[in-house]
Design a protein. Structure first.
Length: 298
C-alpha cells in the first residue's frame, strides 16, 4: 500500500478506537425504536406497532414480514445486510423489551370491537385501512394510531373497499348462496355480521345439503365476504377452504392464520375435534399454540 501515493495507512485516533461500529443487531433495534410507536406482549409473543408513511401497521416480531421490514430498513439506512443470527438477536431483545411492559391483549385478525357496540374491520389492503362501523353508519379510515391494532397473517387477502350505492340491498346475496327459506336467510345474515363484530363467543355454522347443492360455493362466498385468504402467501385467489384439522396443534396454527376458518368436505366430526372447535369459538386457549410460534403458516 506504501507504493501507491494515493492510498495511505492511517492509524485511527483514540476517539475512533473508543467508538466501535454498532453491530447489525443494534442497528436493527435502533431502527425499530425509531419507527415503533408501541411494543405489545400478549404473554407469548411480541408485536411492533409501526408508524410509517403517515400510517400505522402491526407486525409480529417473530414473523417473516417483520424480518423483511427490518432488513429493508437497514439496506435503506446504510446498505447493511443483516444476517439471520443478528435478526434473532434483535428479535430476542425486542421480545424482552415488550415483556417488560406487561401482558396486554394481542392484536386481532380482521375485526376488533370498539365502544358503543361498534367494530373496526381491517380491509387487508396495502394502505392499511379499515372500516369503522357504528350505530350511526360506517366510514373507511386509516388504522388508528392508538388501537385497536390488527395483525395480518401471510395468507390474508384484501376485502373490497365498500362503496355506498342506492337500491342494492342484501337480496343480491341469495344469487350466490342457495338458501330459500326466509328464516334461514335471516340466520345466514346474522352469521355473516357476527363474524365481523369483533367480540365473541362466535357461532359455528354447518352447511348441509345434497350433493350438488352448492355447499362449498356458499362457504367460499361466506368467507370471501368476511375474511378472504389465499391458498398460500404467494398466490392470489378470492378465498380458500381448508381440510379439517388433524389435531389441536393443526387447529391452533389455522386459528392463528385467519379469523374465519372454513372446512370443506367434513362428513364426520369426532368428539375431540368438536370440543376443540367449541374452545376456539368461545375464546378458550389451545395448548398447541406454544408449539407454533413462527407466524408463517404455509
Amino acid at each position: 500500500m506504501a507504493d501507491n501515493p494515493d492510498v495511505q495507512d492511517v492509524e485511527p485516533d483514540s476517539e475512533t478506537k473508543s467508538k466501535p461500529r454498532p453491530s447489525a443487531a443494534r442497528k436493527a433495534i435502533s431502527v425499530v425504536a425509531d419507527q415503533t410507536a408501541d411494543l405489545i406482549w400478549d404473554g407469548e409473543n411480541a408485536y411492533a406497532v409501526i408508524t410509517e408513511g403517515g400510517g400505522v401497521r402491526t407486525l409480529a416480531v417473530g414473523s417473516a414480514a417483520f424480518k423483511r421490514w427490518v432488513a429493508g430498513k437497514l439496506m435503506e439506512l446504510d446498505g447493511t445486510v443483516i444476517t439471520g443470527e443478528a435478526l434473532q438477536t434483535a428479535r430476542l431483545t425486542l421480545e424482552a423489551a415488550a415483556e417488560r411492559g406487561g401482558i396486554r391483549p394481542a392484536p386481532t385478525i380482521r375485526a376488533a370491537a370498539i365502544g358503543g357496540g361498534g367494530a373496526l374491520i381491517d380491509l387487508g389492503d396495502d394502505r392499511w385501512h379499515c372500516v369503522r362501523v357504528t350505530a350511526e353508519g360506517w366510514e373507511v379510515i386509516p388504522h388508528p394510531a392508538d388501537g385497536p391494532f390488527f395483525y395480518r397473517p401471510p395468507r390474508m387477502a384484501a376485502l373490497p373497499v365498500p362503496v355506498r350505492t342506492e337500491g342494492i340491498g342484501v337480496g343480491r346475496l341469495w344469487d350466490y348462496i342457495n338458501i330459500q327459506r326466509p328464516e334461514q336467510r335471516m340466520l345466514k345474515l346474522a352469521g355473516l355480521l357476527h363474524k365481523l363484530q369483533g367480540r365473541g363467543p362466535y357461532v359455528i355454522e354447518a352447511f348441509g345439503g345434497e350433493q350438488g347443492s352448492t355447499k362449498s360455493t356458499a362457504m367460499r362466498v361466506d368467507k370471501a365476504l368476511t375474511d378472504p385468504t389465499r391458498p398460500n402467501p404467494d398466490e392470489f385467489a378470492p378465498t380458500s377452504l381448508r381440510s379439517p384439522p388433524r389435531d389441536e396443534r393443526n387447529l391452533a396454527a389455522a386459528a392463528r392464520g385467519a379469523r374465519v376458518l372454513a372446512f370443506d368436505n367434513v362428513s364426520y366430526i369426532p368428539q375431540e375435534l368438536a370440543d376443540l372447535l367449541c374452545r376456539v369459538a368461545t375464546g378458550a386457549d389451545l395448548g398447541g399454540r406454544a408449539l407454533y410460534t413462527d407466524f408463517d403458516e404455509r
